[in-house]
Design a protein around this ligand. Sequence first.
Ligand SMILES: C[S@@+](CC[C@H](N)C(=O)[O-])C[C@H]1O[C@@H](n2cnc3c(N)ncnc32)[C@H](O)[C@@H]1O
Length: 357
Amino acid sequence: MEEQTTVNHDKLMTLFGSVFNDVAGSVAIMMSYIGDQTGVYRAMDKLGPSSVASIAEEAKVDKRYLKEWLASNAARGYVHFNAESEEFSLTPEQAAVFARESEPTCIQGLIQGVVGQFVKEDVAIDVFKTGRGRPWGEHHECCFCGTERFFRPAYASHLLEEWIPALEGVEDKLKMGAKVADIGCGLGTSSILMAEKYPNSTIHAFDFHGPSIEEAKKRAAEKGLANLEFFVSDAAEIPKNDYDLACIFDAWHDMGDPVGIASGIKDVLSSDGTFMVVEPMALDGMANNIANNPASGMMYGFGTLVCVPASKAQDVGLGLGPQAGPNKLMELLSEAGFGTINLAAETTNNLVLQARA
Ligand SMILES: C[S@@+](CC[C@H](N)C(=O)[O-])C[C@H]1O[C@@H](n2cnc3c(N)ncnc32)[C@H](O)[C@@H]1O
C-alpha cells in the first residue's frame, strides 16, 4: 500500500473523535472508581429511583459533589436519569456492571487496576525510559486487589466447571484426594476455590509477594479451610512433593524465566502429574492480535506497565508479555521438557494449556 504523507481531514477528525472519546472515558473511569470506593453505586442499587439528596444521605457523601458526579455518570450512560421526576437510578444492567461484586460483568476490579497505574505514573515513566524491571511489589496496592477483583469472576465461573474438567483425569484425582500446587497465587482466589470444592485434596499455594500471601491467608482463615496452606516462595523454588496438579493462573508470563520455572515444575510433579497454565486470551502473533483481538490494546498496555517490567525484574527477564498466544506458549512448554501439550480450554478472557511429562 502506498504511504500517505498529507493529512486527510476526514481521517483526522475520525482519529481525533476516537481519542477524545477515550479521554472522556478515562474521566468516566475516575468517576466510576469514586462511586465504587464511596459506595454510591451500591447505595443506588439498594434505593432504586431516588433524589440526589436521598442518595447522598444513604451513601454519606456531599450532596453538591454527588449531583455533579451523577450528571457525569448519566451523560456517559453509567446511571439512568429520569428528567421528569429528577431521580437517578441504576438499570439492572448498570447494577451488574457497577454495583454488584458477585456479577461476572462487574468491572470495578479492572477499573481499580487502571487507576492504580495512574497513581504511580512517575514510576511508569521511569521504568519505560530506563528499561529497568519493576517488581510486582512496586505497584500501588490497587494493582493487587484490582487484579484479584477482575480475575475472580472468571475463575469462579470457569475454573471448577470447565477448566479442571477439561484436563485429562484430573478432576477425579482431585475428588479422591490429590496434591495441588498453585504457583504465583496472588491473593489466593484460585487456591480457595479449589480447596473449597475438593476437601479431600491438599492445596499448597505459593507467591513471592509477602503482602499478597498475608492477605490470602486472612481470606482462607475466614473460610476455615484446613486443606489449604500458603507459602512465600519464588516459583523457581517449589518443593519436590509429587504434586498431581501444578497450576499458574495469569502469572506465567510475568515470570522472568517461564521456561526454567516450567522445567522446575515438571520435576516437582508426580510421574503422571499435570501442569495447567492459565494465560490471558490472545491470538498467535502481534499483527494478528492488533488486527483481530479487541482486547489487545488494553492487554499490550498492561504488558507495558506491569507484565513485561515484572518479568524484567527477575532472573533471565524474558519479558514474554500477556499476548504471547497459544503457539508460543506451547513452544515454551515444550522447551521446558513437557512431552504432551495441548490447549485444553478457551474462555472469553483466558487460554488454558495442559502439559504433561
Ligand atoms: C497478575 S498476578 C496473578 C495472581 C493470581 N494468580 C491471580 O490470578 O489472581 C501475578 C502474580 O504472580 C506473582 N509472581 C510473579 N513472578 C513470580 C515468581 N517468580 N515467583 C512467585 N510468584 C511470582 C506475583 O507476585 C503476582 O501475585
